[in-house]
Design a binder for this molecule. Structure first.
Ligand SMILES: [Fe+2]
Length: 58
């Protein structure tokens, strides 16, 4: 379950990274918003990795 959640978080991270890269400098306000979301998703992924490591299956 946690592993599936981690996969989903990583897919979200890739999607947000692509959106940020696509925007480049065209729409800096939207890009900053997406970068904020990206940072949160990266934290989620880190938390799940820590959980998996704690369970001895990371
Ligand atoms: Fe998330």
């Amino acid at each position: 379950m946690i592993k599936e959640d981690l996969v989903a978080e990583r897919i979200a991270i890739d999607s947000y990274r692509e959106m940020v890269a696509y925007l480049g400098s065209d729409d800096s306000t939207t890009r900053r918003m997406l970068e904020g979301i990206l940072a949160m998703e990266e934290e989620h992924a880190d938390d799940l990795v820590s959980l998996l490591e704690g369970m001895g299956s990371g």
